[in-house]
Structure formats: structure tokens, C-alpha cells
Design a binder for this molecule. Structure first.
Ligand SMILES: [Ca+2]
Ligand SMILES: [Ca+2]
Ligand SMILES: [Ca+2]
Length: 211
């Protein structure tokens, strides 16, 4: 679905760019034809207005190319973040199968804290966690460590160079123009292009529910 939406957006962008491009090329070809191939003693060479129009068109096309490129690159980053979250969620399902614990050492659905960086040892995804108190009244026990059969996923940062997090009480935005209205839920999350979101819940975050 994500890839489908991305393709639709890119095709839309391409069609818009193509229309402007075609119009611009027709205008330029017409201009060149009039000025170069129709030899008119009264009128030779480009007029100042025509040169200005050509410069404006070149500027417009350059701007469109830059915008199209950065839009496509940002959309690709978001798609990658969503894909990485899917892989992490699969790993977390295995961790839960083996230990009955969330990636913060707490029994599933039992707590609202702590929020944990998924690459940390505490999360128990990429490396075995240490036995001990994890905060929020939760513990990785020696039984958990015995049952731990990871690593459950290999790690990289999100596409903007920040960490992925597990948040047991995340509040998702419905969209970017209104305050969050959805119920809190346990998610894994990239804080998106702005890199902010730990208990801030802003709308550029990319998240995946663990339900
Ligand atoms: Ca919390
Ligand atoms: Ca939270
Ligand atoms: Ca954010």
C-alpha cells in the first residue's frame, strides 16, 4: 500500500512536470524556428522579451527538477523507514514468543514506561539484555535470558540518522493539521524527518503498532 501510494504520487508529479516540459519545449522550438529559420530582414535575432522568457522557463524547469528530486528522495526515505519498522516488528514478535516481554523487559500490555531505544541492549532485540530492573517495575530475569534466542533483528538507524524507539504509550496523530485524537498504543517509531518525537508525538513520525 505504501509503495502503491508512492508510485501514484510520483506518476502524478511526473505528469505535471511533463505537461510543463512539453509546453516549454513547444514554446522554445517555436521561438527558435521563428528567429533562426525564418529569415526576416525586419526582424533578426531574439528580442529582449524572448530572452527573458527563455531564462524564466529554464529557471522554472530547474526548480521543478530540484523539487521533484527532493520529493522523491523524501518519499523513498519514508518508505524505507516503514519497511525497517516491519522488519523490527517481526523481530519483536519473536522476542515476545521467547520471553513474554516487550522490548523494555516488561510483560506485554502491562506498562506505559519505559520508552526504549530499540538498538540498546535493554531492548533485547539486537543483543542479549542484562538481568535487572528496567524501570517501571519491570525486570529482565535470568529465565528471560535463558529463553532469549536472538538477535531478532540487525540494526541500522532510521533514514534520517536517528534511532528507532519502542514506546508503550504512543499517541498517534490522525493527520498533520489537528492535535492527536487516537488512543495511546504500543508502537515502534521513527521520529521522522525532524528527528523529534520522544513523547512529543508530532505528525511527521512514522510508526507501527505492535498490535
Ligand atoms: Ca510512557
Ligand atoms: Ca510515550
Ligand atoms: Ca517527528
Amino acid at each position: 500500500m505504501v509503495i502503491f501510494n508512492l508510485i501514484i504520487r510520483l506518476v502524478g508529479l511526473l505528469v505535471q512536470s511533463s505537461l510543463v516540459l512539453i509546453w516549454s519545449m513547444i514554446y522554445l522550438l517555436n521561438l527558435i524556428y521563428k528567429n533562426v529559420f525564418i529569415l526576416d530582414s525586419k526582424k533578426s535575432g531574439f528580442t529582449l522579451i524572448e530572452i527573458l522568457v527563455v531564462i524564466a522557463i529554464i529557471g522554472l524547469l530547474s526548480t521543478m527538477a530540484v523539487v521533484a528530486f527532493s520529493t522523491a528522495r523524501e518519499a523513498a526515505k519514508k518508505a524505507r523507514a516503514q519497511n525497517d519498522l516491519s522488519v523490527l516488528r517481526t523481530g519483536i514478535a519473536l522476542l515476545i514468543d521467547d520471553t513474554g516481554k516487550w522490548p523494555n523487559g516488561c510483560p506485554v500490555d502491562s506498562v506505559s514506561n519505559p520508552e526504549v531505544q530499540l538498538s540498546s541492549a535493554q531492548a533485547g532485540i539486537g543483543s542479549v539484555p542484562a538481568v535487572g530492573n528496567q524501570g517501571g517495575g519491570c525486570f529482565w530475569t535470568s529465565d528471560d535470558i535463558f529463553n532469549w534466542a536472538g538477535p531478532y533483528a540487525s540494526f541500522s538507524q532510521d533514514p534520517w540518522g536517528n534511532e528507532f524507539y519502542f514506546d508503550p504509550d504512543y499517541r498517534p496523530y490522525e493527520n498533520c493539521v489537528s492535535i492527536t485524537t487516537k488512543a495511546e498504543q504500543a508502537v515502534i517509531v521513527s521520529f521522522g524527518p525532524n528527528g523529534e518525537g520522544l513523547n512529543d508525538y508530532d505528525c511527521d513520525d512514522i510508526w507501527l503498532s505492535l498490535k
